[in-house]
Design a protein around this ligand. Structure first.
Ligand code: VAH
Length: 316
């Protein structure tokens, strides 16, 4: 039975991945760690947790030994827009945690899941149907740390046999915690504002198409890739995966099917717009579908119906 450590368990993905993993592997087999941001109550009370700084390799090794960890989900990252405000800190946090996770799993040839992102692509990359293997010259410190993380993870697999795998996540939409510091955060905020005020001011312009995914599919991907038959994997770090591609106009139109009175206007954030313009419109995720059966369940309409229902209940 796996003993899993989830670092960054207080974040947008971690807050939902921990309960998801505990249902599969058992509450006591999934340890949630957090640093400054506290865990959600259900995560804190649902199983073991540790308050630790994963940029400290000695501390991470202590926790790995304490719980006999053989698999790490590394969800620590300073996201794209926040990273541009403090590139040095972003590089240090993103890279130190990734390096430490791979290092502590080296001796036992353990498993490490480190997500990459559409942010790992940049200008010069084909923007439509972005290939699995292509030019990767991102222009954000976040994207540079994600490409470096991909290369480091493949290095530890090839040189030390660490079972390192990952996916390039698109923007992730969810209704449990609010995302922070991302370029795609608008696609979460819009649902809350629709319920609260029946209108939303987008900080990305019309026509800004980006790959997106609903959290249930993101959680499935994080388990499916790690449970995949290694003999079938031609790639490891990291697989393009997506579920939909939309711009602010399309998500607004999906909301209007439920709320005809909803209104969208724009106040473009030049920093976020420049980041979004450097990312693909939509990726080719055929490698993930062929090598480990990636098959998302939510499209824009199905996600919108669920998000409006869940956010309305939450704001009651
Ligand atoms: C961000 N939500 O916007 C994150 C993600 C693909 C986007 O990496 O930075």
């Amino acid at each position: 039975m796996k003993n899993i450590l989830v670092i960054g368990a207080a974040g947008q993905i971690g807050s939902e991945l921990v309960p998801y993993l505990r249902k599969i592997y058992g509450d006591n087999h999934v340890v949630a760690t957090y640093n400054r941001t506290p865990l959600l109550e259900n995560v804190m009370e649902g199983g073991p947790s540790e308050n630790m700084d994963a940029t400290n390799g000695d501390v991470l090794l202590e926790v790995v030994k304490k719980y006999n960890i053989d698999a790490i989900y590394n969800l620590v990252a300073v996201l794209s827009a926040r990273g541009e405000a403090n590139p040095t800190l972003s590089w240090q946090i993103n890279m130190d945690t990734t390096f430490n996770c791979l290092e502590v799993m080296k001796d036992i040839k353990g498993a490490v899941f480190t997500p990459s992102s559409i942010g790992a692509f940049g200008p010069g990359t084909p923007m439509d149907n972005t290939p699995q293997d292509t030019v990767m010259r991102p222009t954000t410190i976040y994207g540079i740390s994600k490409v470096a993380g991909e290369l480091l993870a493949d290095y530890y697999y090839l040189k030390y046999g660490v079972d390192a795998r990952g996916v390039r996540y698109p923007g992730i939409i969810s209704n449990v915690t609010m995302p922070g510091g991302g370029t795609t955060d608008y696609a979460v905020e819009i649902y809350y504002e629709a319920i609260k005020n029946k209108k939303y001011t987008s900080n990305l312009s019309a026509g800004t198409f980006l790959d997106m995914m609903y959290m249930p599919d993101a959680l499935d991907a994080a388990v499916q890739i790690m449970e995949a038959d290694p003999a079938k994997l031609k790639h490891r770090n990291c697989f393009n995966i997506s579920a939909m591609s939309f711009d602010p106009e399309k998500i607004a139109a999906a909301i209007k099917k439920h709320m005809p009175e909803f209104e969208l206007d724009y106040n473009v954030d030049p920093i976020k717009q420049a980041i979004a313009d450097s990312w693909p419109n939509y990726m080719d995720d055929s490698a993930a579908r062929e090598e480990w059966g990636w098959n998302p369940k939510y499209d824009l309409d199905k996600m919108t119906a669920d998000m409006l229902e869940k956010v309305a209940a939450k704001l009651k």
